[in-house]
Design a protein around this ligand. Structure first.
Ligand code: NAI
Ligand code: MG
Length: 352
């Protein structure tokens, strides 16, 4: 891509979100190609704003964010069990709303065990896979309701939505990612033996789209069996494609086996590029360590690498990833560095 100005919406959010985003921006600054300028606009959204003003995501703010080329998010969320912050307000009103309104139908979570990183698995092998989680459908659409709440006759439904359109587009994206990777393997993870209606759509469209990608080997696994293999033989996976709920759970396990929440990066991607895609660490606002410079900013920095890659700056993306890999390889478990020290060290490697 040619140079010029790219407009970046930055939502640092709450708690450590603010601390790790500062480091991510530090790295972006030195990583951006010389002819590319990132013009950042900061949006203060999250628990702090909601508690102060009652606003979650005003329509006017969403409209402004939509005009950007990409979004960088830290994390949002307040203190546990705050009676002034009911569950779901930020998840549904901010995070899911951004994903749905901006049609982020690919939730991308690369999972690698980088050299020097200790996995809780004794013999993980060479782990390098990516989960392509559907981001706009499944049981997360709010298609449900409750009746007779609080009585013994309470009824609660969360109906999983699976459209042929929605499944086909995410499956095609996963195939095209598999095609570009060395092993060219795709694993569909579902529960087709029990969720027969949704399962039939996922199964059929995977077989159909597979014909467009003859180089890609296709595998299928039930989600429960996939969890066994993810702990006993995670190196067997290359690209996993799965629905919204399964993907949410699988990616937490993937983060755990690849060295933990401080390293897990993600992208909420609109591959059609009709809206800005959003990049964020998988972790939350970590109120237990917020404001103490204890957070590891690596996941946020790796999210910047995903952001650069999505915007077509593949070389800059690779430089950021290489700087993180080099930093990880030399980490000394006996010394703890402050959040800003980790950011400085990685930024120095990128710049140098
Ligand atoms: P969390 O990810 O914030 O924290 C879980 C544990 O991991 C804590 O002990 C924390 O100190 C530690 N941790 C997290 N990130 C770390 C980092 N970069 N470096 C070192 N340690 C780290 O998850 P939790 O506690 O369930 O949620 C806290 C708040 O964050 C809640 O309000 C939750 O709703 C919100 N949240 C927001 C997300 C987002 O904005 N996308 C994602 C997950 C949670
Ligand atoms: Mg999750």
């Amino acid at each position: 891509p040619s140079g010029g100005t790219l407009k970046l919406a930055v939502i640092p959010g709450d708690g450590i979100g603010q601390e790790v985003t500062a480091e991510a921006l530090k790295v972006l600054e030195v990583a951006a190609p010389a002819d590319v300028k990132f013009e950042t606009t900061r949006y203060d959204l999250g628990a702090e704003r909601y508690l102060a003003t009652g606003e979650v995501l005003p329509d006017s703010v969403l409209a402004e964010i939509r005009e950007h080329d990409a979004i960088l998010l830290g994390a949002v969320g307040g203190k546990p069990n705050d009676p002034n912050l009911p569950p779901g307000i930020l998840e549904r009103g901010l995070l899911l709303r951004l994903r749905f309104e901006l049609d982020h139908y690919v939730n991308l979570r690369p999972s690698r065990i980088f050299p020097g990183v200790v996995s809780p698995l004794a013999n993980p092998g060479d782990v390098d896979f990516v989960v392509v989680r559907e981001g706009t459908e499944g049981p997360y659409t709010g298609n449900g309701g409750a009746l007779r709440v609080g009585t013994p006759h309470e009824i609660a439904t969360e109906v999983s939505v699976n459209t042929a359109f929605g499944v086909e587009r995410v499956v095609r994206d996963a195939f095209s990612r598999a095609q570009r990777r060395p092993r060219q393997k795709l694993t569909l993870v579902h529960k087709t033996n029990v969720l027969v209606n949704a399962g039939a759509v996922w199964w059929r469209l995977t077989q159909e789209v597979a014909r467009e990608f003859p180089e890609v080997t296709v595998d299928y696994m039930h989600v429960d069996a996939a969890m066994i293999f993810m702990t006993t033989d995670p190196s067997r996976f290359d690209v996993i494609v799965t629905d919204n709920l399964f993907g949410d759970i699988i990616t937490d396990l993937a983060a755990a086996i690849t060295g933990g929440i401080g390293l897990a990066a993600s992208g909420n991607v609109n591959p059609d590029r009709t809206t800005p895609s959003m990049f964020e660490p998988v972790h939350g606002s970590a109120p237990d360590i917020a404001g103490q410079q204890k957070a590891d900013p690596t996941a946020a920095i790796l999210s910047v690498s995903l952001l650069l890659d999505h915007l077509g700056h593949t070389e800059a993306a690779a430089v950021v990833e290489a700087a993180v890999i080099a930093d990880l390889a030399e980490r000394d478990v006996a010394t703890t560095r402050r959040t800003a020290e980790v950011g400085d060290a990685i930024a120095a490697r990128v710049g140098g």
